[in-house]
Ligand binder design. Sequence first.
Ligand code: FAD
Ligand code: SF4
Ligand code: SF4
Length: 449
Amino acid sequence: MLDVGRHPNIELLAYSEVLDVKGEEGDFRVTVKRKARYVDEDKCTGCGACKEKCPTVLSDAFNEGLGERRAIYSWFAQGIPSTHTIDPDHCRQLNGKKCGICAKVCQANAVNFEQKDRNIELDVGAIIVASGYDVFDPSRIPEYQYREIPNVVTAIEFERLLSASGPTGGHLDRPSDLAVEAEIGTLKKAHEKSLKQLKKLEEKFGEASADFHAKYKEGAYQGDKDREKWAEKYETHLTIEEPLLKLEAQAEKFQTAKKLAFIQCVGSRDFRFYPFCSGYCCMHSIKEAIIAREHEPETTSTIFGMDIRAVGKGFEEYKVRGGNQSNITYVRGRVAEINEGPSHNPVLTYEDTREGVVKSEAFDLVILATACAPSSGNPELAKILDVELSPFGFFKTDASQPMDTTRPGIFTCGCAHSPIDIPESVVQASGAAARAARTVMGAGMRKAS
Ligand SMILES: Cc1cc2nc3c(=O)[nH]c(=O)nc-3n(C[C@H](O)[C@H](O)[C@H](O)COP(=O)(O)OP(=O)(O)OC[C@H]3O[C@@H](n4cnc5c(N)ncnc54)[C@H](O)[C@@H]3O)c2cc1C
Ligand code: SF4
Ligand code: SF4
């Protein structure tokens, strides 16, 4: 990505949308919408001073909703270009309220609330569609209770938890525990505020709130309006303090997730959803289990699958090494259902098909290896490009020219083409670039003659 950002022959138009494609192979005219960031890309240094002060707190989509971001934000720390963007749907200033704090603190003077979307025209010889995939939504499988049981997460959520730059700094904190910690944070703020109010009253009357309240309850200070208010405030304070202390005691016992279960083929190889194999998920589950064990040596992982598809150079050896050196057990069998047990532990019911026995086992955390779904934007993009989609919804290609779409001069690669891993996507990208270069060179020669 860094190489792309600084390559002299590549112009990166991030935060942009293709609106229209006219013309033909070798001579396309493309209309692109450059969406307003409300931040000048050329001036923004990426320092982040603006987001430190922005009062609007939102769920962070890059961290799969497990962390927070502000209304002015960068998608992720290493993004290219390293500029910030204002979320127009949630920014106070852009929604008619008074704010503008980011503009005041920005030393580079990069914030510009007057910026507008603008369309640009590009003359290009060839187009490559590399628009990727969507993560299958596992809540479509009711028996896995993905949204109902907090400690059932998708593989991509798990990767954010494992990441040193993620919401937990790489600690495998369980979502059920994170929810309690968030509640503690909210209660602590309210507790601090109410303590300040009580302190003022204690100074005024020269008495501790608890001592005053004990006397008040015994009938003292009847008819004293000020003290009645003090008693009310103290009682409200207790309704904050009691659950806070309870939750803090609970949180002291929290431990990181050490007993992990990975469920393969969630939405893939399933005729209710996608009958195809998503290709990369067996390997990413093994990778995630190995990394989790590197973080915490006591970690054990069980990978449940119909079979483990370790198809690639060195993949089978990696799988075996995971079993021998990283506490991974492979169980052949599809998980029938997940239920919630004590301490928010997900309990799996499955048939171990090698033994022919139905079993039930509790884990700290369950990770769903979700299918590679065609991007939901594919039908619209296909319409704009005037190309066809395959029956599953990926960009249709010719078996003899696998990077060519159904329209000459338009090529595809990566998960826009089909579910594939990164190395294969890179190989395809080189293939598509070679096909595109051939088209552009041919057009150049035709123009010259
Ligand atoms: C949890 C998980 C872990 C994985 N781990 C590994 C691993 O360890 N190793 C491995 O090899 N593979 C792994 N994979 C697979 C890997 O993610 C894919 O192989 C890879 O991302 C495919 O790359 P791509 O460029 O085709 O698509 P993407 O990575 O999806 O990139 C497509 C890009 O296009 C953008 N886009 C979409 N539509 C448009 C549009 N209309 N206009 C402009 N831009 C658009 C998207 O925002 C996105 O940035 C993993 C997958 C998952 C789900
Ligand atoms: S103007 Fe918008 S982006 Fe800037 S600080 Fe206020 S809410 Fe945040
Ligand atoms: S790669 Fe493995 S988990 Fe993914 S769909 Fe294929 S068999 Fe299932």
